[in-house]
Design a binder for this molecule. Structure first.
Ligand code: SF4
Length: 611
């Protein structure tokens, strides 16, 4: 097997002269072909750690990311799957990304193709086309990429000579159903153990000459975490809800049980390919944990990656040693980085080698003097905190388990040590939210600003508080999976109110997401198989969602704005992540009770006024 460093390069294009996101397409005449090859070669030239095997004698997998190169390459899950597949001696894995916008318009559907980076093969030529799915809003790009390659989007229309299409990643694990018609199978949950099993099975089935049908049914029966949607039938009742999801054959499992990796130390999850154009390009990414024991009621990562697991110090140190040969900064990645029992030791280890650590967002109640000293020592100038809500009642509804005093103490500690930038995450459109909760965000930020500026008085200048305002989107497999999305207009008004409150404050910057895209995300998160029709229309109408929602005979509000019932079958009920519905209902009810109890108290107070 040849590794990246074994290959000589002679291309003279400076990658920085090219479009920000690499163009992997280009037309089908000779000049264009030459240009594409040159661009791909230059991309590889700038990377460290890619694998290029000789095309011809391997089972071939094209690993696709349905977004641009710089985003896909910063995804540790994507990189991990690339490594696992290339570590299988009889498999070859290459990458492909969404072509840059503006350039793909030149391409006639299916005629120009879309090519892998390493051997520059059309994605239609691979045995397997595997999509890494982290964000629902990327789903339309899958169909766009298939279209460019001339691959029929629906699995049932693809003959044996087309690649076997696989999906995986957190978005698919939460709810693969909107994509059910397009994929032959999904590999859900964590890849490290199941992917090699899949490869062995695939190879053996190939050796035995099994056709696709036989391969898929064998995989579904034999390997956990695998879901072949075509082997399951969904029936709908007259009110449009799901009546049942059942296996077409009695031998198939009733539910898809997701098993998690028990010992994450058995796998070395770290950056595989380093590239100057990827997001967070200055950091070498190292995983420190999976899951989070806090179980905030809105947080999918906490419920999907249970139980919480931490990589050991020795394994992390080995990753750091390796990473420092490539970069001078180590990005510690995980859902609960600040809860790692050895975090101080890890950071000290990085400092001892004259390098810096990037910590991501920190748990507010874990920030103490020692941690702030560490942050300072690592030259970190921006610290991200996530109060998520301004009022205590909303934080309790979310089960954030932090008080205003905790938030102030953290902000003061950071300001006291002259950390010049704070980033604060808040959500709007939360279950049970009222106008006073939006006012509470504004008040809380005002207080933080006041405290921070007081601490900074006479010292080095404080730079900025950045408020990142996101709309709450109900996610499958969480206690809030039954909640509707808040109306897009009302969410927009709440965001505007916060923006207006700080319009004149030079040191407070408000950034936010766009409510209409939250609607799309909610639809693709909570939808069932029928939503696939919407995705096909989005592709046909080139992303004109307004037109799509007018044209298709599917009521998208049914999925997005409807309060779901506990006893109804939800599209993702086929997936068993190991968290019982009973436990989720109990958590949901606790949240509702909090709102109701507080409402009763308010009513009591109000009535008392009139005695
Ligand atoms: S602390 Fe963060 S990662 Fe953990 S459950 Fe809450 S939101 Fe999720």
């Amino acid at each position: 097997m040849k590794r990246a460093d074994d290959f000589p390069f002679c291309c003279g294009i400076n990658i920085r002269d090219l479009h920000d996101d690499f163009v992997l397409d280009i037309g089908h005449d000779k000049t264009m072909d030459w240009k594409r090859r040159k661009i791909n070669t230059t991309i590889l030239e700038n990377e460290t750690g890619y694998v290029k095997k000789v095309w011809g004698s391997y089972n071939t997998v094209c690993l696709a990311y349905p977004n641009y190169y710089r985003t896909g390459m910063a995804n540790l899950g994507f990189q991990t799957v690339y490594k696992i597949l290339n570590d299988q001696p009889s498999f070859l894995c290459e990458r492909v990304f969404l072509p840059a916008s503006g350039n793909d318009a030149r391409i006639v559907s299916g005629a120009a193709g879309i090519f892998s980076l390493e051997n520059q093969k059309s994605i239609a030529e691979f045995d397997i086309l595997a999509f890494s799915l982290s964000f629902e809003n990327d789903y339309p790009n899958i169909l766009k990429m298939l279209d460019l390659a001339g691959i029929p989007p629906r699995a049932k229309d693809r003959l044996e000579n087309y690649p076997l299409m696989i999906g995986g990643g957190i978005a698919a694990t939460l709810n693969p159903e909107p994509l059910a018609d397009f994929f032959d199978l999904f590999i859900l949950g964590e890849a490290e153990e199941v992917l090699p099993q899949f490869c062995r099975y695939f190879e053996e089935a190939r050796r035995l000459g099994h056709d696709r049908r036989k391969l898929l049914s064998g995989l579904q029966k034999e390997i956990n975490n695998i879901y072949v949607p075509g082997l399951y039938e969904v029936r709908y009742s007259a009110d449009s809800k799901i009546q049942s999801i059942s296996q077409r054959d009695k031998d198939l499992p009733e539910k898809i049980k997701i098993k998690h990796v028990k010992d994450i130390n058995a796998f070395c999850t770290q950056e595989v390919i380093s590239a100057p154009q990827m997001e967070m390009e200055d950091m070498f990414l190292v995983e420190v944990n999976r899951g989070c024991a806090r179980s905030c009621r809105f947080c999918a990562a906490s419920f999907v990656y249970r139980p919480v697991r931490f990589r050991g110090f020795a394994e992390i140190a080995a990753s750091i040693d390796y990473g420092l040969k490539r970069k001078k900064k180590i990005g510690l990645v995980g859902t609960a980085v600040s809860e790692h029992p050895d975090l101080m030791r890890i950071c000290e280890y990085i400092s001892a080698q004259g390098a810096q650590a990037g910590l991501g967002s920190l748990r507010i109640d874990q920030i103490d003097e020692k941690m702030v000293d560490l942050i300072k020592a690592h030259g970190i100038e921006t610290v991200a905190l996530a109060p998520e809500a301004g009022s205590q009642r909303m934080r309790d509804v979310l089960r954030k388990d932090i008080t205003e005093a905790d938030i102030m103490r953290a902000a003061e500690l950071l300001a006291g040590k002259e950390i010049p930038n704070l980033r604060l995450y808040f959500m709007v459109g939360l279950p049970g939210e009222e106008e006073r909760d939006i006012d509470a965000i504004i008040e809380l930020v005002g207080k933080i600003r006041h405290h921070v500026l007081n601490k900074f008085e006479g010292k080095k200048k404080f730079r900025r508080i950045t408020l990142s305002i996101n709309q709450f989107i109900p996610k499958p497999a969480t206690p809030f999976q039954w909640c509707p999305l808040a109306d897009v207009n009302s969410a927009g008004k709440k965001i505007k109110k916060i923006e207006n409150a700080f319009r004149r404050e030079r040191q407070i910057k408000v950034i936010h997401d766009v409510p209409k895209w939250n609607y799309v995300q909610a639809l693709l998160s909570l939808g069932d198989r029928r939503v696939g029709e919407i995705l096909l229309a989005v592709n046909r109408l080139e992303g004109n969602w307004a037109q799509v929602l007018k044209e298709v005979n599917i009521n998208a509000d049914f999925y997005v704005y409807r309060q779901k019932q506990f006893d109804e079958v939800l599209p993702w009920d086929i997936i068993d992540l190991g968290v019982s519905k009973k436990a989720l209902i109990s958590e949901y009810q606790k949240a509702v009770c909090l709102v109701a109890r507080e409402y009763q108290e308010l009513m009591k107070k109000d009535t008392a006024k009139y005695k």
